[in-house]
Design a protein around this ligand. Structure first.
Ligand code: GCU
Length: 574
């Protein structure tokens, strides 16, 4: 699915920043005819979660109704017009001028409707009903009773009762746009790259609806012939890597009798990623991922998209010498993915499948949703050079027999959609995690010295090492330690280090990284996590925050940030 683009042949119109919203706690909106206009809307900012914008909305998970009006942009009367949502969490129903366009389930992934027929010249009324409630047959799941879950239901009784460790923010979280293009124009482009010596090979597949049209290709403005029907050959290519994130502008023109009918320009990074034995190779060289798990989590906007905060997060990661992150625990914004390409980050791209469990109740529906998310994620992010691995789920409660065939099928689906990247899941169980028999990379989370061996860093590091060695011995594949860390209350100090002090967090992270440094099969270490973030309320989360961030929620460094800079950048380099 292409990101909307503005050029001489396409136009994008971002809908208002301030919409109207009305909460519908009694679920009366549909019967009361709110699809034709809200009786008592009030201003709300978009893109942003609604939870932290009002006094009475923090714990309200919907349904809420959004409303905005717009006129058809001038000159769009003969264009194909699409209405596109970057992310709505969790379930969206959309009406335009009283006509139900459809619905979409699952946050953090875009969806769109062709609305050329419905859009009037003036006074169009767009209504979106958003249901963010938690349910055991949704993904991610919530409101699970203890009996249903295989593992410790450590989420029992927290509020809201998520089966995952972050606040279930709701709303129109990313931009909502109208865009116009030539009817039957370019609908999708798929790019795969290879390297051969100093030559780059760019395989391109274009989908469009103009049977009599020709396609012309240019790279950085230079027209190039297509070879074998689908490939561009780039001599002396600049390959993409974190150290040198070289991008080429690939321009695809759809023409008829020499007239350009449609155009799309895509940033392309020429690189390869593959597994060889127990090594992860980028451009045929072993790589080591140094980075973080994170959250799209910011004060006030919640899961929204504040561009300045996005830039800040890349800046602080670069400042520590990080070269990688995992999109925990849901696909991040498209805007963030384009920045990862440009700034040179190696991204493990994760679906919203966190907290999966394999009890029979709701299992079929949850499985169908995870398959939908896998399709949508790969369709959205397949052309990003920064994406080096697909992660199909985080910490599924997967020690039940039903889990392995479900992940086998999901793995096969992912490979059928994209055979150019490794595929994995992230597990927190010990050995065996059966699915690693067929997954390409072993990704594990470990909290020895925190949830286990509490208060004893040395014992925790020893236990972690034993676990990592055991998992490598069993699977003989690259191992990425996708999460490790400790909570630290900013400003809390203890010597000798004590749990929740900045020293304890820094010492534990340092101990893990140094212990793993000489293990060539460890392809990466991701600290959990970059910044403190909001969670549900529980006795285990003071101030409803997970404070394992090496930065506070407002991006102020703790001692561990300085420790990581010394480890990853060496010495006092700034
Ligand atoms: C898990 C999980 C995270 C969670 C973390 C923690 O590994 O993947 O989402 O925040 O542990 O407990 O801090």
């Amino acid at each position: 699915m292409l990101y909307p683009q503005h050029n001489p042949y396409r136009q994008v119109h971002q809908l208002a920043t301030y919409w109207q919203i009305q909460f519908d706690p009694d679920g009366q909106g549909l019967d009361a005819g709110w699809t034709k206009g809200l009786p008592q809307g009030r201003p709300v900012a978009v893109p942003a979660s609604w939870n932290d914008q009002f006094e009475n909305s923090r714990d309200f998970l919907g349904p809420a109704w959004y409303q905005v009006q717009f006129d058809r942009p001038w000159g769009w009367d003969r264009q194909a017009i699409y209405l596109r949502f970057g992310s709505v969490n969790y379930l969206a129903d959309v009406w335009l001028n009283g006509v139900h366009l459809g619905s979409h389930e699952g946050g953090h992934l875009p969806f769109e409707f062709l609305v050329s027929e419905q859009v009037e010249q003036a006074g169009n009324l767009l209504i979106v009903r958003v249901d963010g409630d938690l349910a055991s047959d949704r993904v991610p799941p919530g409101n699970i009773t203890g009996g249903e879950i295989d593992f410790f239901a450590h989420h029992d009784g927290i509020y809201p009762q998520t089966q995952f460790d972050f606040f279930p923010y709701c709303g129109l979280h990313r931009p909502v746009v109208l865009y116009a293009s030539t009817p039957g124009g370019i609908r999708d482009i798929t790019v795969k790259t290879e390297i051969d010596g100093s030559t780059g090979i760019v395989d391109i597949r274009v989908e469009h609806g103009l049977s009599d049209a020709e396609i012309h290709y240019a790279l950085n403005g230079q027209s190039l012939p297509i070879v074998d029907g689908s490939r561009l050959i780039v001599e002396n290519a600049s390959f993409w890597s974190p150290e040198s994130p070289s991008l080429y502008d690939l321009t695809v023109d759809l023409t008829r009798d020499g007239e350009v009918l449609d155009r799309y320009t895509l940033p392309v990074g020429i690189r390869t990623i593959h597994v060889e034995g127990s090594t992860l190779l980028l451009n045929n060289e072993a790589i080591h991922l140094k980075g973080f798990g994170r959250h799209e989590d910011f004060p006030i906007v919640g899961r929204g998209l504040p561009p300045a905060a996005v830039i800040r997060d890349f800046e602080i990661m670069k400042g520590l010498g990080a070269n990688s992150f995992r999109t925990t625990h849901y696909p991040y914004s498209e805007e963030m993915m384009f920045l990862a390409d440009r700034l040179g980050f190696l991204v493990i791209d994760e679906t919203p499948a966190v907290g999966l469990f394999f009890r029979e109740s709701g299992l079929e529906r949850r499985t169908t949703l995870v398959q939908q998310y896998t399709r949508e994620l790969i369709a959205r992010d397949k052309n990003h050079p920064s994406v080096i691995m697909w992660c199909l789920a985080n910490e599924p409660h997967s020690l039940r027999p039903a889990a392995k065939p479900i992940f086998q099928e999901l793995y096969t689906l992912a490979k059928s959609l994209d055979d150019s990247r490794p595929v994995s899941i992230v597990s927190f169980t010990g050995v065996p995690e059966d699915s690693f028999d067929f997954l390409d990379v072993v990704c594990v989370n470990r909290y020895h010295g925190w949830y286990f061996e509490q208060g004893r860093i040395a014992d925790g590091v020893d236990a972690m090492e034993q676990g990592i060695e055991a998992v490598y011995k069993r699977y003989q594949k690259p191992v990425v330690l996708t999460e490790f860390g400790a909570d630290a209350l900013a400003g809390w100090h203890a010597d000798p280090p004590e749990m929740f002090s900045e020293e304890y967090q820094a010492e534990m992270i340092k101990g893990y990284i140094e212990r793993l440094a000489d293990k060539p099969y460890v392809a990466g270490t991701h600290v959990w996590c970059l910044c403190d973030f909001k969670t549900s309320q529980s006795t285990g989360r003071a101030a409803s925050l997970n404070t394992k961030g090496v930065f506070t929620r407002d991006r102020k460094p703790k001692l561990a940030a300085h420790t990581l800079r010394a480890l990853w950048k060496g010495g006092g380099e700034q």
